[in-house]
Write a protein that binds this ligand. Structure first.
Ligand code: C2E
Ligand code: MG
Ligand code: MG
Ligand code: MG
Length: 285
């Protein structure tokens, strides 16, 4: 009987496994279709300066699936990464960001668009060449964009990654280290790669201003960054107490739901009467 039960368990387990494999294959195929049929969209979230004026918009990828609705990146980026489709997706995001940056510039908004790179993007032979070609094809200038790279991209901190980042930076694309503080050996990377700035992860911002530990860490990061001449963006600013603490401690740039949620370009309210909207004030009234 024990033997039978064991066999049953094995059967059930195998079925569960093949179900998971099947739905995974289905998701992969749906994503392939999505790439071919332009089902992806970009939402934009502002980074505001101390006066509350937007200076950079981060491009955040969503999948507008006819079957599944608006799918957040956490649910499909890992699949794009594991299947290698991320390389194509990144090119699409970068091209779309170039076009939007040109549109905003033509409308008189001197905004930069920040694009997220995946660690897997660095697996291709010529990431720098392909991004720079897109810039040129779209007639955008490097200073209209910037790149966000996570520490995990740098874990394989070999010659190739270093050269790629060096070329992108030399072409005039600002480089930001994303999710700062959540990975390993950030300080080594800051020294080895010449980053223009860092984004303090939401994890540290969420504890402000009550957690003594968060306060110490964020103050430490801001002091270090200012000595190294690095720009700093605080991620995940959700309320005025966090914003006030960050401004008081000299954080030059803030991003989070407190200012705006990521939204399609057409819904981003950027200017009023020819002046930048102060996103800290109510938008209507
Ligand atoms: P990230 O680059 O660190 O982006 C910030 C994430 O925090 C976004 O989630 C944003 O919507 C969310 N966020 C912003 N403000 C707040 C806040 O005040 N509170 C909270 N709770 N969350 C906030 P999203 O859009 O779901 O993206 C998640 C991650 O997916 C991104 O983290 C990034 O790593 C990745 N991702 C998004 N778009 C792309 C892309 O085009 N390419 C690649 N490779 N990765 C992307
Ligand atoms: Mg980012
Ligand atoms: Mg981030
Ligand atoms: Mg983050």
């Amino acid at each position: 009987a024990a033997k039978d039960a064991g066999r049953n368990r094995t059967v059930i387990y195998n079925e569960a496994l093949s179900d998971a494999a099947a739905s995974r294959r289905e998701l992969e195929q749906a994503l392939r279709h999505a790439l071919d049929h332009e089902e992806f969209v970009l939402h934009y979230q502002p980074q505001v300066n101390a006066q509350g004026e937007p200076e950079v918009m981060e491009a955040l990828l969503r999948w507008a699936s006819p079957d599944r609705g608006l799918v957040p990146p956490g649910e499909f980026i890992p699949v794009l990464e594991e299947s290698g489709m991320i390389i194509e997706a990144t090119r699409w995001v970068f091209r779309e960001a170039c076009r939007q940056a040109c549109r905003w510039h033509a409308m008189g908004h001197a905004l930069r668009i920040a694009v997220n790179l995946s660690p897997l993007d660095f697996r291709q032979a010529d990431l720098a060449g392909s991004l720079l070609a897109i810039l040129e094809e779209e007639g955008a200038s490097a200073s209209m964009l910037e790149l966000e790279v996570t520490e995990s991209a740098l874990l394989e901190a070999d010659e190739h990654v270093q050269q790629t980042l060096g070329r992108l930076k030399a072409a005039g694309l600002p480089l930001l280290l994303d999710d700062f503080g959540t990975g390993y050996a950030s300080l080594t990377y800051l020294q080895r790669f010449r980053f223009d700035g860092i984004k303090i992860d939401r994890e540290f911002v969420s504890g402000l201003p009550d957690s003594e530990q968060s306060v110490a860490l964020v103050r430490g990061i801001l002091t270090m960054a200012s000595h190294l001449g690095l720009h700093v963006v605080a991620e995940g600013v959700e309320n005025e107490r966090q914003a006030a603490f960050l401004r008081l401690n000299g954080c030059p740039s803030l991003q989070g739901f407190h200012y705006a949620r990521p939204q399609p370009a057409a819904q981003c309210r950027l200017q009023q009467n020819g002046r930048p909207i102060n996103l800290q004030l109510p938008l209507d009234g």
